[in-house]
Design a protein around this ligand. Structure first.
Ligand code: ARG
Length: 458
């Protein structure tokens, strides 16, 4: 069949060129936005007297029918069409005749595709934000349920200071709050209507871009038609926000992998979210966490791909820009899948308090508190720090820990040591003393939880 744009050429392209050029196999997912956009366009054309109200009604009814039939499965996508825009217009014209041919007055596929993509991503962003909230709520519930469990906090992957498991978990809730904030900001700039920019230069028809934008829920209209059709910043911003989100999920996944290893065994993932080995009968592998970590690379890759595609493009629309969709769709699908797996995986994970507590008792993670004890008794911190370090070295030699190091031995290092030192280096006390805002004491973590809940309710 000759192409809809046949005229200047015969419109009969080589099959391999068609396959290469066509985008319907991936842009068909924007059918709803495309149809909604077209309905608003028809209404605008009628309002401005460019088409008659009867034509607008016919167009709207026809478009509604296409939407219903696509949703019910009665109408199938014709993959021989170049893209979703051509497909909808073609079916419309087949169904309602010549009036269908009026729909494309005062617009171009260039502003149409930019409109559809903004509308589509706006919807996806809101789905992703709901999933992020759900994950944040899940983390908060885990933190509340396991309140009081003590584990080592790490720096350089070395045991550093004792912390609450809930404090560690809530750190991820904080990251997710920022991820949600970033997406919200992205949507603000995404929510600008390009329709009416037409091919690149605007139009000679007396259109009403603001009317059309408002009908589609946009807060603003693009104020430069060249920019309107060639701006893909909203995709890049969105993918950047998703990349940062994935980076967070990946760091968390890495911890889940470590924590579920025999070396740590701080947690046990549910059987429903782990796999076995085809050869090693003892295995319980954290595949889901590993895959989330692995898929982070894809999302970064999507962002890099689109940045690179756009970097050399002159204004205005260039076909290169069709490459935006597969990248951004892949990011959307990947992120949604990862969040959907992560939520139940976290819900069903079990903490193993004994192992956390045991690890917290073995790494001299109360050495800072030992130094602080001497500071309280009047020593300058640097001197106290040195003495504490020497005591740790002796403990290691003797095979004991600070809690079991005898008082007589402490006294050899400083006459300031009394029996109350044992209270100060008690691991639970070390946690409970850290009452600073954002600190690891139970009181501080409860405050953090309250803060996160408040943010979530906004
Ligand atoms: N399928 C195209 C895309 O995704 C739609 C815009 C095509 N415009 C054009 N003048 N060829 O970018």
């Amino acid at each position: 069949m000759a192409k809809m744009w046949a005229g200047r050429t015969a419109g009969s392209t080589d099959k391999i060129a068609d396959d290469f050029n066509s985008s319907i196999h991936f842009d068909k997912r924007m059918y709803r936005q495309d149809i909604e956009g077209s309905m608003a366009h028809a209404a605008m054309l009628a309002k401005c007297g460019i088409i008659t109200p009867e034509d607008a009604d016919m167009l709207t009814e026809g478009l509604k029918g296409i939407l219903n039939d696509l949703e019910s499965g009665e109408l199938q996508f014709d993959l021989s069409c170049e893209d979703i825009h051509m497909f909808v217009e073609q079916v419309l014209t087949e169904r309602i005749g010549d009036t269908g041919k009026k729909l494309h007055t005062a617009r171009s596929r260039n502003d149409q595709v930019a409109l559809d993509l903004r509308m589509y991503l706006r919807d996806e962003a809101s789905d992703i934000m709901s999933l992020i909230r759900e994950l944040t709520e899940t983390l908060t519930a885990v933190a509340e349920k396991n309140m009081g469990l003590v584990m080592p906090g790490y720096t350089h992957m070395q045991r550093a200071q004792p912390i609450l498991f809930s404090h560690h978990i809530m750190a991820y809730a904080m990251m997710l709050l920022r991820d949600n904030g970033r997406l919200k900001d992205t949507v603000k700039r995404m929510n600008v209507s390009p329709i009416g920019s037409c091919a690149l230069a605007g139009t000679t028809y007396e259109t009403d871009r603001v009317f059309e934008a408002e009908r589609l829920g946009f807060g603003e209209v693009a104020m430069n038609s060249l920019d309107g059709v060639s701006d893909r910043d909203f995709c890049l911003e969105f993918m950047s926000a998703l990349s940062i989100l994935m980076m967070h999920l990946s760091r968390f996944s890495e911890e889940l992998v470590l924590w579920s290893s025999w070396e740590f065994k701080f947690i046990e993932l549910s059987d429903s979210f782990t796999t076995g080995s085809s050869i090693m009968p003892q295995k319980k592998n954290p595949d889901m966490a590993e895959l989330i970590r692995g898929k982070t690379g894809r999302v970064y890759g999507d962002l890099m791909a689109l940045l690179t595609t756009l970097k050399g493009l002159p204004l205005a629309y260039n076909k290169d820009m069709q490459e935006d969709k597969e990248a951004v769709f892949d990011s959307v699908d990947t992120v949604k899948m990862c969040l959907k797996v992560m939520i139940p995986m976290i819900k069903t994970m079990k903490a193993i308090p004994e192992n956390m507590r045991k690890a917290a008792g073995e790494g001299f993670i109360n050495a800072t508190d030992l130094a602080d004890y001497l500071v309280k008794k009047g020593l300058p911190f640097r001197t106290a720090y040195k003495i504490s370090g020497e005591i740790v070295a002796e403990c290691i030699k003797k095979g004991c820990v600070l809690e079991t190091f005898p008082l007589e031995d402490y006294k050899k290092y400083s006459g300031l040591f009394e029996s109350d030192v044992y209270d100060d280096i008690n691991i639970e006390n070390c946690v409970e003393k850290r009452i600073s805002l954002g600190g690891t004491s139970k009181a501080s973590v409860l405050e953090e939880i309250k803060y996160v809940k408040k943010e979530l309710s906004k």
